[in-house]
Design a protein around this ligand. Structure first.
Ligand code: SAH
Ligand code: MG
Length: 203
């Protein structure tokens, strides 16, 4: 499996697929192990890199992951099969905002899809969080740009950066959740419901 992971890293680099940074996925894997996470929902599969690394923490971990880009979805299916993890990882080919997961709840929700829609994702998917569960969000630094507005030339990029800032404000002001921000990888946040605080083991 290590070879497949290495090959995925190479593919991501060559094809500009924004896979998670090493420190961030290590943080999440540790959280999964320490807190006995059994069910994960991921928004934004890309080629399956983070889904595979989360599922491979333990045989009892089940990952549902959603991807709307067909080429990436197909690549993810191939990678998951090659790793022999198709019994643990369910890849849904759809727009996350159109998916209905009624009846399912997750211990960990990992938000890593379109950066401009983070508030929408949070508001939709918090309803699928198990008691004691957490929501982790990736790329809150957006490749360092959230801290460095002056250097941004593209209007689109500036729009996304503003949306990420709005999301950070939304998390800070959210009365129902406590959110901790970590300067790990490209910036991640961990949000949990207020009354769940003392049961978390963030390590
Ligand atoms: N989690 C992956 C990286 C995901 S990159 C990893 O770390 O390995 C973000 C992905 O989200 C892209 O492949 C993009 O196509 C997908 N995406 C963006 N918006 C989406 C949406 N609304 N629904 C489903 N997938 C989406
Ligand atoms: Mg990411």
């Amino acid at each position: 499996m290590n070879d497949i992971i290495k090959e995925m890293e190479r593919y991501a680099e060559a094809n500009n697929v924004p896979i998670i940074e090493k420190d961030s996925i290590e943080f999440i894997r540790k959280y999964i192990k320490l807190n006995n996470v059994k069910s994960v929902l991921e928004l934004g599969t890309a080629i399956g890199y983070s889904a595979i690394l989360m599922a491979s923490t333990d045989k009892s971990v089940e990952v549902t992951t959603i991807e709307r880009d067909e080429k990436r979805y197909r690549e993810a299916v191939k990678n998951v099969n090659e790793c022999g993890l198709d019994n643990q990882i369910n890849i849904v080919f759809n727009d996350a905002l159109d998916v209905n997961l009624a009846g399912h709840k997750y211990d960990l929700i990992f938000i890593d899809a379109a950066k401009g829609q983070y508030i929408k994702f949070f508001e939709k998917f918090e309803n699928y969080l198990n008691p004691g569960g957490i929501i982790i969000t990736d790329n809150l630094h957006f490749h360092g740009l959230v801290e460095n507005h002056e250097n941004i030339e593209s209007k689109n990029v500036l729009g996304l950066v503003n949306k990420i800032e709005k999301y950070i404000e939304f998390l800070k002001e959210n009365e129902d959740y406590i959110t901790k921000f970590y300067d790990i990888g490209d910036g991640i946040s961990v949000s949990f419901r207020k009354n769940d605080e003392n049961v978390k083991n963030i390590g």
